[in-house]
Design a protein around this ligand. Sequence first.
Ligand code: KIV
Ligand code: ZN
Length: 505
Amino acid sequence: MTKIKIFDTTLRDGEQSPGVNLNQLEKLEIAKQLERLGVDVMEAGFPASSQGDFDAVEKIAQTITKSTVTALARANKKDIDRAWEAIKDAAKPRIHVFIATSPIHMKDKLKKTPEEVIDIAVSMVQYAKTKCADVEWSAEDASRSDLDYLVTIIEKVIDAGATVINLPDTVGYTTPKEYGEMFKYIKAHVSNIDRVDLSTHCHDDLGMALANSIAGIQNGATQVEGTINGIGERAGNAALEELAVALEIRKDFYPFTTQLVLNEIKRTSDLISKFTGMVVPGNKAIVGRNAFAHESGIHQDGVLKNAQTYEIITPELVGVQSNNLVLGKHSGRHAFKDKITQLGFHLSDDKLSEAFQSFKQLTDRKKEVTDDDLFVILMDIQTDVTNRKQYQLKSFQVHYDSNLSPTATVALITPTGEEVDDAKTGSGSVEALYNTIESLIEESIQLTDFTLSSIGKGKDALAEVHVSMNVNQHAVSGRGTAQDVLEAAATAFLNAVNRVFINKE
Ligand code: KIV
Ligand code: ZN
């Protein structure tokens, strides 16, 4: 079995999904979970793109000890300096430098000749190497580049010190056969190729990202780049959970293995979906809600007689557990602490007390507290930003009468600490609530998406709302979880507005 290294770029390419913008604490929580999942490398961000991204990458680099932490840089000194500055404290740092190599990108985007691109790539890899021993170089749009040009430039960047060569299918255009042949050609013609790891990086525009990644490793790639849940630019990236499980389930066929801890997959997927607001489709392979549901009578009958008739993956393999009752009204602090440790959380005493208090409040309203409920409490505690200046919901009321327009009354604390209130109507309760909140804040808002789902089962399940909106022309998303649907809606709205406000600050 050849070990394939997993390079996760959820925090960089994944965060480039339209409307996704994670705050620093959310990025840090995701990074910690990616480390538990066992990724070899995590791309924490693109430090030159903003101060916020720089800060998040720096924090992740200072926290993560097992995985390599890398940061993206365009092929210029300023970007490389920023990337290095952000990751220099990492236990295992890597600088990731990229430049485009396809004729269309070199001519129309970079306005450089192929020779100039070679000079820039070589000198910038040499420059990155003066700072960091581990330097990955990516040939952006490799799959639409001339093969012999790739051979020339790759040979030179390896001589300049690159340790990993990544050949992205940037626009998701290639096919498995074509992509595989590119790797085969590079392996056969680049004289010093055995000194480096070769890497795939596939986008899913034609739905072939996973198949292309596998074709890459069948032809010599030893690293696969992708994201959890396949999120990313446009149609997204190769879904790493699909790759890892496909290699495991079909190990009779594929001679490759990864070090991912498969039963951490579901938790990682849930966390990322929650924080990004990108809901996983029910029929998504491996992590979709229905991935293990058998609906037809014939299938159910077969599964009852022998699960393997229709089930090739067990839910347990990827960490899907039935939502059994875990704690209740009478559970004490000790049992609570044990349970959250089992869930993988390690809180300071203060945070533990805060979480325990929220748990107790929940047991007043909810008889059965499930893992999902605890997960929400813990995530809210971990990512709490209430000590920052931002909009806070003080109180609200919504009056609904089937014969009248619903009316909402809302009181907010503004970022300057002022208390403001107003009342407005709408054609529904949520609209009335949102119209009122909008009248109280300065930012200009256009709501573009609203989704409501329940966490767990039963009438007393928690409500979770995700919103996407343009706040002062910036696309942002927000989430809110509460026992009540309207409270979750109000919290999600303010969560999105506060992201813009905090960034502005
Ligand atoms: O898709 C791509 O080409 C990229 C590079 C920056 C690695 O994301
Ligand atoms: Zn990409």
